[in-house]
Design a protein around this ligand. Structure first.
Ligand code: TMP
Length: 211
């Protein structure tokens, strides 16, 4: 990110792609190395965002696709202004589960809204803020579904979408990564957690050394 002295890393991928495991591993490694790490997420990385998260993930019944996009953008606007920018200004590492690429993949590709409009909406909400690094954990939605099924948790609104929706989300993510190869690190989420963590470690170490 251009303003602030910290480092901003986001994790992206379909539901069940293993972001939480990798975020846990990276956070402990950075903390052990003496970094101050702020772990956060969208939606729900602030008190206001938690209310929005409850609506977008658990509202029973339809939400119009454009209303859904605006709810995620509202969460993002408040989160970036009140959590992300202040942490970066303090020189901290922000390790964030999901950001605007989720909106382009889920609301753009998944809900079949215009990807450029969705990205522009998020950039407006976040006053143009972009992460230093985005790690995309790429996984075949069928394999992700097996993982989600074995977790034995009720599905939220997005997880409950059809296989075709999740296929479009995956393609949307891969298109984003192809368009911005410098910001994205794309990893095969079917690999072992250790292998993935090693690849992340190498990339994050070089990012931190350059900062
Ligand atoms: P998670 O925090 O458990 O990953 O759940 C968040 C869900 O919200 C996930 O299915 C992806 C979805 N989502 C969007 O559709 N658009 C967005 O902009 C974000 C941040 C998440």
């Amino acid at each position: 990110m251009t303003s602030g002295r910290g480092v901003w890393i986001t994790l992206e991928g379909g539901d069940g792609s293993g972001k939480t495991t990798q975020s846990d591993l990276l956070a402990s490694r950075l903390t052990d190395a003496g970094r101050t790490v702020v772990r956060t997420r969208e939606p729900g990385g602030s008190a206001v965002g938690q209310l929005i998260r409850d609506i977008v993930l658990h509202h029973r019944g339809d939400i119009a696709p454009r209303a859904e996009a605006l709810l995620y953008a509202a969460d993002r606007a408040h989160h970036v202004a009140t959590v992300v920018r202040p942490a970066l200004a303090r020189g901290e590492v922000v390790l964030q589960d999901r950001y605007l690429d989720s909106s382009v993949a889920y609301q753009g590709a998944g809900r079949v809204l215009d990807a450029t409009e969705i990205r522009d909406l998020s950039l407006w909400a976040a006053e143009g803020a972009l992460p230093d690094l985005t790690i995309l954990l790429d996984l075949d939605p069928a394999a992700a579904r097996v993982r989600l099924d074995s977790a034995d948790k009720p599905f939220d609104r997005l997880e409950a979408e059809q296989a075709e929706f999740h296929g479009r989300v995956r393609d949307g993510y891969l298109a984003l990564a192809a368009a911005e190869p410098e910001r994205f690190l794309v990893l095969d989420a079917a690999a072992s957690a250790d292998e993935i963590a090693d690849r992340i470690r190498t990339r994050v170490d070089s990012l931190l050394a350059a900062c």
